[in-house]
Design a protein around this ligand. Structure first.
Ligand code: ADP
Length: 432
């Protein structure tokens, strides 16, 4: 009984101490808030005392002026503002750990010296499913690197960081860190940072550099080979020289096109959104692009049929970039759809979606694209048939550029095609 009463007394004492501390904080904050008022009062009393001209009043004046100066001096970071904030709620060291980890967007688990879960935040449940208190982490995360991590931190309480890949339900890469909580608690904290997106971007960048280098190296190797032949065995062969120079010219053209497309792509990617006050009549723009490409159409034996928009379709955006979009699509229709002998362009207005849109459809009657390739043709360097693309002076970047430009304009590209039945590329752009 005596021990019970003693413990209760201690608890009450501790509770009161906190209360007093909090009240003192509030008082300090109030005082700090009213310091201009207090300073003004001190100066006024000082002035009254001074005018009564006695030595006592001189001492009072001096004291009050020093008080005023202290109150008026600027305060540092630990001054009035931060005290006021702390005084309104519990101090940081009194916040419940579960509230702190609940506010974090990453999965965080607090566990005890046996590796049993004490608390898991909502992000953990979203990422790994239910994790009630008592769940043994060594059984939940069975990967070898996680077992070593638990052994290390539970053994000698040393913080550690590892990379861990969760395979189920989909593959996700995490950077996992564990550390003991405080100096004398027997709890530990485990934090997961999802690295999947970073890794995906890294892989994409590496693939892109490998592809671009490969695309440049092929024509370069061919030019180097021809130079060697021209300086050696074909030195005096007039006809061979003419033919080789022609091939070398074609290869330098290919390299130049590739570099132009790479530069376009990187320029577009640098600015994710266009800010332009220009309003472009999309019907007029597409007709002028088609006019400029008539020679290419004729070379491929293709005839353009350009429809008419019922009303002007005014689209805000960058004229040069939109020209690039329709150039790429019309060129592709001529190059890959040449066997159809005809390319149709139709204009429409669509109310589907939150904003009215202009829809321009470029339709060819060539071999079309097999279903499995359609989702991938806007990837950089993706071609359905590499040889056909190369023979048509393609770089594999045209549709990637189109997609990026349309994204910058809040637009999109919809591709519909069936093998043997041609292809339709529909450009959707929000109207002014
Ligand atoms: P490329 O420079 O090779 O033309 P694109 O990015 O413009 O690159 O196109 C990617 C691939 O999509 C092309 O290589 C081609 O295989 C396919 N493709 C594009 N347009 C058409 C089309 N109208 N008909 C059939 N296939 C097409």
């Amino acid at each position: 009984l005596a021990i019970g009463i003693g413990l209760q007394g201690m608890q009450e004492f501790e509770g009161n101490r906190r209360k007093i501390r909090r009240l003192a904080g509030v008082a300090r904050a109030r005082l700090a808030g009213a310091r201009w008022l207090l300073a003004a009062a001190a100066i006024s009393i000082g002035w009254l005392a001074w005018t009564s001209r006695s030595s006592v009043s001189a001492a009072v004046t001096a004291f009050l002026l020093v008080t005023a100066a202290t109150l008026l001096l600027p305060r540092g970071r630990s001054g009035a503002r931060s005290t006021a904030i702390a005084a309104d709620g519990p101090a940081v060291n009194e916040l419940p750990g579960s509230d702190v980890v609940a506010a974090l967007p990453d999965p965080v688990i607090i566990f005890d010296g046996n590796g049993a879960v004490v608390h898991a935040n909502q992000a953990t449940i979203a990422a790994f499913g239910a994790m009630p208190p008592g769940t043994l982490l060594q059984l939940r995360f069975r990967a070898h690197e996680m077992q070593l991590l638990f052994q290390g931190v539970l053994g000698d309480r040393r913080p550690a960081v590892i990379d861990h890949v969760e395979k189920v339900p989909i593959e996700r890469a995490f950077r996992v860190s564990v550390a003991p909580v405080g100096n004398d608690s027997s709890l530990f904290l485990m934090h997961f940072r999802d690295q999947s997106e970073v890794r995906r971007i890294d892989r994409m960048r590496a693939d892109f550099i490998a592809n671009a280098s490969h695309e440049l190296r092929t024509p370069l190797a061919s030019i180097a080979g021809f130079i060697e032949t021209l300086r050696g065995p074909a030195r005096n062969d007039e006809t061979a020289r003419e033919r080789f120079l022609e091939i070398m010219q074609a290869q330098t053209g290919r390299m130049a096109r590739l570099i132009d497309d790479l530069l376009s792509l990187s320029r577009i990617e640098m600015k994710p959104h266009v800010r332009s006050d220009e309003r472009i009549d999309i019907g007029v723009l597409v007709s002028s692009v088609a006019d400029a490409l008539r020679h290419l159409a004729a070379e491929n034996g293709v005839v353009f049929t350009i429809g008419k928009a019922e009303q002007p379709l005014l689209v805000p955006g960058s004229r040069d970039e939109l020209i690039q979009v329709f150039e790429n699509l019309l060129e592709n229709a001529c190059k890959y759809g040449q066997s159809g002998g005809r390319v149709d362009v139709e204009f429409a207005r669509s109310d589907a979606g939150p904003r009215q849109q202009a829809v321009v459809t470029i339709r060819d009657y060539g071999p079309g694209i097999a279903e499995e390739h359609i989702p991938r043709i806007t990837e950089r360097f993706y071609r359905v048939d590499v040889e056909t693309s190369r023979s048509q002076k393609g770089t594999g970047l045209g549709l990637a550029i189109v997609k990026h430009i349309l994204t910058r304009h809040d637009g999109r590209l919809v591709v519909k095609s069936k093998l043997g039945q041609g292809a339709a590329f529909a450009v959707h752009l929000p109207l002014d």
